[in-house]
Design a protein around this ligand. Structure first.
Ligand SMILES: C[S@@+](CC[C@H](N)C(=O)[O-])C[C@H]1O[C@@H](n2cnc3c(N)ncnc32)[C@H](O)[C@@H]1O
Length: 213
């Protein structure tokens, strides 16, 4: 048999296929590996960028933005799509400030609006519609976020949600923690609702892609 195909090997391969990116983004990746900060990583980030380019996204709302790595991928796409807005939303003031520094260094600051806030509530209060909404907040908040997202996304818009495997916890039936149940419940809700065409891409920790009809 050829080389054994393990999940890690596939993920490393996918990461290796991501084209050259600015040194600032590589530094953000290196920092995440060093301290264990849960960014989406290169292959998922690049897929986010690809989707945003494919649908011509110019209005993007990100929930749970961290220090701006996933934001950088969306902002690059929006810039190349002709300009627009990416909302960076995180409830940590220091992460918001660090994101501002990274995205300024990347020349993307003009695209991004920064908010220090609880993300689901802010989406509720922000007028849309959005072309793309990305969700990476605490997992117990996933189920309740879906109805808000459904109202704010334009028809033909795309929802992207990270951590749909939740580091394997979703497969462990004895795991009934609120975060694991949150991921499971979002999966159940979105796959049962005919308004969505949804699938989980087995990239890194599982990336949900959902098209709003
Ligand atoms: C997984 S990290 C974000 C990583 C980022 N998406 C990336 O790939 O670069 C999630 C961040 O969102 C914050 N967060 C979690 N739940 C949130 C919520 N409901 N509202 C605002 N921020 C939240 C966390 O504190 C953390 O800093």
């Amino acid at each position: 048999m050829a080389t054994e195909l393990t999940y890690d090997r596939v993920q490393d391969y996918l990461d290796s296929l991501v084209p050259h990116r600015p040194a600032e983004m590589r530094a953000m990746e290196a920092y995440a590996s060093e301290v264990g900060f849960p960014i989406v990583g290169p292959a998922s980030g690049y897929l986010c960028y690809l989707i945003a380019r494919m649908i011509g996204a110019r209005q993007v709302f990100e929930m749970g933005s961290g220090y701006g790595y996933s934001t950088a991928w969306f902002a690059r796409a929006v810039q190349e799509n002709g300009g627009g807005v990416v909302h960076h939303v995180v409830w940590d003031e220091d992460l918001s400030q660090r994101a501002r520094e990274h995205l300024t260094a990347l020349g993307l600051d003009g695209i991004v609006q920064y908010h220090v806030s609880e993300a689901v509530q802010l989406l509720r209060e922000t007028s849309g519609p959005f072309d793309l909404i990305f969700n990476d907040v605490d997992k117990q908040a996933y189920p309740d976020s879906l109805s808000v997202v459904g109202h704010k996304l334009r028809p033909g818009g795309v929802l992207v949600v990270d951590n749909m495997f939740w580091q394997g916890h979703v497969f462990d039936e004895s795991d009934t923690s609120s975060s694991t149940q949150g991921v499971r419940e979002l999966t159940r809700l979105i796959t049962a609702d005919p308004v969505w065409i949804a699938s989980i891409v087995p990239i890194r920790d599982g990336l949900l892609l959902a098209y709003k009809k």
